[in-house]
Design a protein around this ligand. Structure first.
Ligand code: SF4
Ligand code: SF4
Length: 98
């Protein structure tokens, strides 16, 4: 399966990915994400937004005192980009299969 980037970081660009392209609830793994943990503030918005439970926060704080987000169930990612849309730090990049 070839994965192509579906948008750079940022809510505005991620928003273009959603309608009908690869909606949450797709039956098979079709996406993957990258989280810039160095700028993540641990707000948990992405965790709450993900319909597949792909993302969790670390149990221990990083050097800056934040519980950074990480992908723990990447095989469930559909590439819906809801997480990227919610991230106020623009720390998540999404790829989805076409
Ligand atoms: S793109 Fe983000 S919100 Fe959508 S399934 Fe993947 S990790 Fe979850
Ligand atoms: S939404 Fe962004 S800043 Fe907040 S926990 Fe997720 S990756 Fe980190």
């Amino acid at each position: 399966m070839t994965l192509k980037t579906k948008g750079a970081r940022g809510p505005a660009k991620a928003a273009r990915l959603l309608p009908g392209q690869n909606p949450a609830g797709a039956p098979s793994p079709k996406g993957r994400i990258s989280i810039r943990r160095d700028i993540c503030k641990g707000c948990k918005y992405c965790v709450l937004a993900c319909p597949k439970g792909v993302i969790e926060l670390d149990a221990k704080p990083d050097a800056a005192g934040f519980l950074a987000a990480r992908a723990v169930r990447m095989e469930k990612c559909t590439g819906c980009a809801l997480c990227a849309r919610m991230c106020p730090e623009v720390a998540i990049e999404v790829w989805a299969a076409r």
